[in-house]
Design a protein around this ligand. Structure first.
Ligand SMILES: [Zn+2]
Length: 290
C-alpha cells in the first residue's frame, strides 16, 4: 500500500554533464581497484564465485558513496556506472588471474566454474596427436572449448553487476532534491503507540486497518530543508504482512505531525518519571541506625 498526497519531489535527480563526467571517470577506476582487491582476496580463499559477488557489493557501496559525496542523483547514470564498474572489475579480475597462471592450474575461480559450467567431456576414442606448434605458456586459455573464457567472464561480470545493482537500488530509491542538490535523509523516526498511529493515519488520510501491531514512522527531508517532507507510516497487519504508506507533507502538515509526535514523547517521559517516583525508596544499608 502506498499513499501519496503530492509528488512535488522527483525521486531522482536531473541529468548533468558534470555528473556524467564524474561517473565516466569513477566507474573504471572503481572497477580496476576492486579487480585488484578481488585478485588479492582470491589468493586467501578457496575457489568460489563468492569473490565476484563481494566485489559487486563493495562496488555498489563505493558508487553510492561517490553519488552521496558528489551530490549526484541521476538514477540512470548511476546504474550505468555501477554496471560498467562491475563489468570492468570482473573482466580485470579474470584477466589478472589468467595472467598469473592461476586459472585452471591452481584450481582458482575459473577452475571451480568448470564444475558448474562445463558439461562432462566424453573420452576421446583416438589418441591425440601432439600439436605441431608449441603450446603457449598461458595454457588455461587453450584448455577450454571455444568460447569458455568468454562465458566465465560473462558469468563473473553478471554476478558482480547483479550484486552491485542490488546494493545500489535501495540507496537510489531515496528521493533527491534538485534545488539544493542533496539526497533525502531521515530527520526523525521511531516506534509509536497505536493511538498515535491512528491519529497520524487520520491526519494524513491513510487507510489503516483497525488491528495492527508495531506501528512506526519516519520523517525525511533534503539537507537544505527546501522541499516537502516525506512521512512514512508502517505497521504489521494482524493477519501477517507489513503495510507502508508514504505521504508528502507541506509545512502545515509537517507541523501537525511533529506536534503529535512531540505530544507522544511528552506522555512517554511523564509516564517514565511517574514510574520512577512510584518506586519505593530502599533503605540505605550504609547508614547506621541511631
Ligand atoms: Zn533541497
Amino acid at each position: 500500500m502506498q499513499t501519496a498526497l503530492g509528488r512535488q519531489v522527483s525521486s531522482g535527480g536531473r541529468f548533468t554533464w558534470t555528473g556524467l563526467a564524474a561517473m565516466i571517470v569513477s566507474a573504471p577506476l572503481v572497477g580496476l581497484t576492486f579487480a585488484r582487491v578481488g585478485e588479492v582476496v582470491q589468493s586467501y580463499l578457496a575457489p568460489s564465485s563468492l569473490v565476484p559477488v563481494l566485489m559487486g557489493v563493495f562496488i555498489g557501496l563505493t558508487i553510492v558513496a561517490i553519488t552521496r559525496f558528489g551530490r549526484f542523483g541521476h538514477r540512470s547514470t548511476i546504474f550505468s556506472a555501477t554496471v560498467a564498474a562491475a563489468v570492468v572489475a570482473a573482466v580485470g579480475y579474470e584477466t589478472a588471474l589468467g595472467g598469473t597462471g592461476a586459472v585452471g592450474a591452481t584450481g582458482s575461480a575459473s577452475a571451480c566454474l568448470d564444475a558448474t559450467l562445463a558439461k562432462p567431456v566424453a573420452p576421446l576414442a583416438k589418441p591425440v596427436a601432439p600439436p605441431a606448434k608449441p603450446v603457449a605458456p598461458n595454457e588455461s586459455t587453450y584448455q577450454f572449448p571455444l568460447g569458455r573464457p568468454l562465458q566465465i567472464d560473462a558469468f563473473f561480470a553478471l554476478l558482480a553487476a547483479a550484486a552491485a545493482v542490488m546494493v545500489t537500488i535501495p540507496a537510489v530509491r531515496v528521493p533527491y532534491c534538485d534545488r539544493c542538490g542533496s539526497w533525502f535523509r531521515t530527520i526523525r523516526n521511531g516506534k509509536i503507540d497505536l493511538p498515535t498511529s491512528r491519529r497520524l493515519a487520520e491526519l494524513l488520510d491513510v487507510d489503516r486497518p483497525d488491528r495492527v501491531r508495531s506501528p512506526r514512522y519516519r520523517l525525511s527531508a533534503c539537507q537544505g530543508d527546501c522541499g516537502p517532507t516525506r512521512c512514512e507510516l508502517s505497521w504489521e497487519r494482524s493477519g501477517g504482512g507489513v503495510d507502508l504508506a508514504r505521504v508528502w507533507l507541506d509545512d502545515k502538515q509537517r507541523s501537525e505531525v511533529v506536534a503529535i509526535l512531540d505530544e507522544l514523547n511528552l506522555n512517554e517521559c511523564e509516564a517514565a518519571s511517574g514510574r520512577n517516583n512510584a518506586k519505593p525508596q530502599a533503605a540505605d544499608p550504609l547508614i547506621p541506625n541511631p
